[in-house]
Design a protein around this ligand. Structure first.
Ligand code: B12
Ligand code: SF4
Ligand code: SF4
Length: 387
């Protein structure tokens, strides 16, 4: 007879050698309260659209796996600080990638660890069956991690591990092994509300409640025109947002540098904006293809780079933005360049906008250009294309 408690202890002892930073076991029972929560979340229109749409599959492991007996949750910790980060200076402005997009794509790293764990289990228990997932699977990674005792479900929505903080990626494996479940963490946020207060867009509508459509992380991953309100709030973020984790006191001093694949390349994590604008598809794939920021392609990142240049109000960016306004084949990029030129202002930007107003054929870009022209503070009379 297999001693499942002993196997679990041995598995926990082996985790570090398998490159896993924390591991826990959850029962494979349906996630009943999560389902109610997800129904309400949908009714309120607060989904991002990146979630698995089938709420039954998201909350019932038995619909994903024949006769599930347990779910093993894993966490891998990632760095929160760049070593000697390059400065963002006038004429050489830089954007910032969220920490979860530094280093190698975490989907690959966690899948590698889950595969190692699977081999470890199969060596000990022939007949082991597993189904592993990271982020793109049907289950809620956070709900599984919470149930498996990895951390608590915090007011900023993150799973916070008492020992690792929230700079952790999550993944899991449904199994046919009746491993005894762990106990959820009882620690919590207490009376702290720092993350809710710091969220730039009010996306954290309550403790642990996110309106994903207002979350900057979501907005940076969309592909269309962004509203004026959100473009201003994006600042120089190129992908994702870390504000509600950076302000969290539990994360103070937590910076995990031991996972070799997850260590950042400064020039990719905090890249110069102008060269990013000029990257072709192939160049972009070579530079960012191995990171998790590339999953939506280069368009959202280049659009965000254009927004960042507008937010910096650095006049040296004007010729580059004019080039996008005139020549970029993507209407969203042309429209966003118009917004940025309007934000920086000045004669050169204004003339280029007037010219574009006469030449632009696309409706989306045209509407952004006319808004930008309206926003110009100084009327320009000496352009080649006066109004
Ligand atoms: C869709 C998605 C997003 C969307 C929506 C995020 C969200 N909070 O819902 C967007 C694009 C905005 C996003 C952003 C980010 N994401 Co994301 N995202 C996901 C994804 C694919 C699904 C999440 C989901 O279903 N959300 C719906 C909510 C309602 O459910 P949930 O958060 O999964 O579950 C919790 C709640 O339901 C809550 N709950 C249950 N019942 C009740 C009842 C009440 C009353 C309340 C208040 C709460 C509550 O408890 C559950 C457990 O915590 C997961 C991967 C996965 N498959 O799970 C990654 C995931 C959540 N993302 C992750 C990360 C890292 C991020 C970012 C930090 C990236 C970045 N730097 O920009 C931000 C953080 C934004 C934030 N404050 O949450 C990690 C989280 C790691 C961690 N330590 O928690 C995950 C788990 C990916 C991974 N495998 O590592 N993400
Ligand atoms: S990721 Fe940014 S925008 Fe989203 S909830 Fe956190 S602080 Fe707010
Ligand atoms: S900032 Fe405070 S309230 Fe927000 S997650 Fe951290 S401890 Fe919880």
């Amino acid at each position: 007879m297999m001693d499942w408690s002993k196997l679990k202890q041995e598995m926990k002892a082996a985790a570090t050698a398998l490159g896993i930073d924390d591991i826990g076991v959850a029962s494979a029972d349906p996630f009943v309260t999560l389902k109610q929560r997800l129904i309400r979340h949908r009714e309120l229109g607060r989904e991002s659209g990146f979630e698995e749409p089938d709420l039954d599959r998201r909350t019932n492991p038995a619909l994903l796996f024949e006769d599930p007996q347990s779910i093993i949750a894993i966490a891998i910790a990632y760095p929160s600080k760049l070593v000697d980060p390059p400065k963002s200076e006038p004429g050489e402005r830089r954007g910032i990638m969220a920490r979860s997009a530094w280093g190698e794509d975490y989907h690959h790293v966690l899948r590698d660890r889950l595969a190692k764990l699977e081999s470890w289990l199969k060596e000990r228990v022939p007949g082991t069956r597993v189904e592993s997932m990271v982020d793109t699977g049907a289950l809620s990674d956070r709900a599984v991690a919470e149930r498996a005792g990895i951390g608590w479900s915090a007011k900023n929505c993150a799973i916070i591990s008492p020992k690792l903080g929230s700079w952790i990626y999550l993944g899991e494996m449904i199994t046919n092994l009746p491993l005894p479940p762990d106990v959820p963490v009882t620690e919590g946020c207490g009376s702290c509300t720092k993350c809710i207060d710091a969220c730039p867009t009010g996306a954290l509508v309550g403790p642990g409640e996110l309106n994903a459509k207002r979350c900057i992380s979501f907005v940076t991953q969309t592909k269309d025109m962004v509203s004026d309100e959100f473009m201003r709030k994006i600042g120089n973020r190129l992908y994702g947002c870390d504000t509600c984790q950076v302000v969290c006191p539990v994360n103070r001093g937590k910076n995990w540098t031991h996972q070799p694949e997850l260590q950042p390349d400064n020039e990719l994590a905090k890249p110069l904006l102008v060269p990013l604008l000029e990257m072709g598809n192939r160049q972009f794939k070579e530079a960012y293809g191995r990171t998790s920021s590339a999953w939506r392609g280069r368009k959202p990142i280049q659009r965000n780079a254009v927004i960042a240049l507008g937010n910096f109000k650095d006049a040296s960016a004007i010729p580059h933005l004019i080039k996008v306004l005139r020549d970029d084949p993507r209407p969203v990029l042309r429209g966003t360049a118009a917004w940025s030129l309007g934000r920086i202002g000045g004669a050169e930007a204004a003339c280029a906008l007037r010219e574009a107003l006469n030449n632009e054929q696309d409706e989306v870009a045209l509407s952004a250009i006319s808004e930008a022209v309206k926003s110009l503070e100084v009327p320009i009379r000496d352009c080649e294309f006066p109004l």
